[in-house]
Design a protein around this ligand. Structure first.
Ligand SMILES: [Zn+2]
Length: 331
């Protein structure tokens, strides 16, 4: 239920450029900025250093996230359709008393004390590596083979300490999904023979079958409340976004992932893909790369982890050199 705001915080909100932040606000008054709550917290509110027990934060781009419980990070990892703008990776970390830190494409905002803590942890977990996040390509070119010359990868800063136990929800699926999703999950596991190399991956998953539970990925590309179960499913997403993965982690250890694939485009899960369709197995291989802890490489890398996919990009089913080196480092 939205409540018209009469607090001082609403004055600050009116200067925020996002029209989505309208008349409702649940933050504490500015003079008592030690806590923020409600369903309309802004990044500017977080910048005052407030602690968040529960609430929903709206990013300047309109994506909304249920703030994770203290000690938890939630990451949202989209993949764009080629020609669309990549909305960018998001991670939101609730440090408890030090407030909430937000990173969008490596740009930090939120509570200064939280940013200091989270950045230092993130640099330790990723080896200090920075991630380049170019926009999606503006032209749809023929899909290249996954690159065996490009060695780049990016680590997101979390890893799994046990196999990812997951289920799939086929409700609304635009293509037969379980086999394609399982092949994608398994593309990163076991003994990988990639580009003439043999790499033993530590990534692992256990498929539990179908479920009626919905993934906690929201239609605007944000992440909802984690359920404790990792689920893939289908639903609307913003135009230009093919899929989004949300991962929850605590001190660098992933505890849940959810994936949503858009129902707004046509998909294929056949061995050969044709027409104006996106290849579910290829796009899902990318989403599983995120699930296992990999971020984006440059679009020109030709790797699975490039940020945007073309139609029938069958090459995205197969790991390139950087993808294999990345999963070796991430698992
Ligand atoms: Zn992605």
């Amino acid at each position: 239920m939205r409540t018209p705001s009469v607090t001082a915080a609403a004055v600050a909100l009116s200067t925020v450029l996002v029209a989505i932040v309208s008349t409702s606000v649940g933050v504490a008054p500015a003079e008592a900025a030690s806590t923020c709550s409600g369903d309309r917290i802004t990044v500017r509110d977080l910048g005052r250093g407030c602690a968040v027990e529960r609430g929903t934060v709206t990013l300047p781009d309109g994506r909304r996230f249920v703030v994770p419980s203290p000690g938890t990070t939630v990451s949202a990892l989209p993949v764009a359709a080629a020609g669309a703008v990549d909305p960018g990776d998001v991670s939101i970390t609730n440090t408890g008393r030090s407030g909430v830190a937000v990173a969008v494409e490596g740009e930090w905002s939120g509570a200064p004390a939280a940013i200091r803590k989270v950045r230092s942890l993130h640099e330790r977990l990723t080896g200090g590596g920075t991630t380049a996040h170019p926009m999606a390509a503006t032209a749809t070119k023929p899909a290249p083979a996954s690159s065996c010359t490009n060695r780049t990868y990016a680590l997101l800063g979390y890893r799994w300490t046990s196999p990812v136990r997951w289920s799939s929800n086929p409700s609304g699926a635009r293509a037969t999904d379980a086999a394609a999703l399982r092949a994608a999950a398994n593309a990163w596991t076991g003994t990988l023979k990639t580009c003439g190399r043999t790499i033993t991956s530590g990534a692992a998953n256990t498929y539990l079958g179908t479920t009626t539970q919905a993934p906690a990925v929201t239609a605007n590309g944000g992440c909802g409340s984690p359920s404790g179960a990792s689920v893939t499913g289908w639903g609307s997403l913003r135009s230009g976004t093919l899929a989004t993965t949300c991962v929850w982690s605590r001190s660098g250890v992933a505890v849940e992932m959810d994936q949503r694939y858009t129902t707004s485009y046509a998909w294929s899960s056949s061995a050969t893909c044709s027409g104006a369709r996106f290849d579910l197995r290829g796009v899902a291989t990318h989403e599983w790369g995120h699930t296992y802890g990999l971020g984006h490489t440059a679009q020109a890398s030709g790797l699975v982890m490039k940020p945007a996919s073309s139609q029938c990009d069958l090459a995205q089913r197969t790991l390139g050199l950087g993808d294999a080196l990345g999963i070796d480092a991430a698992s």
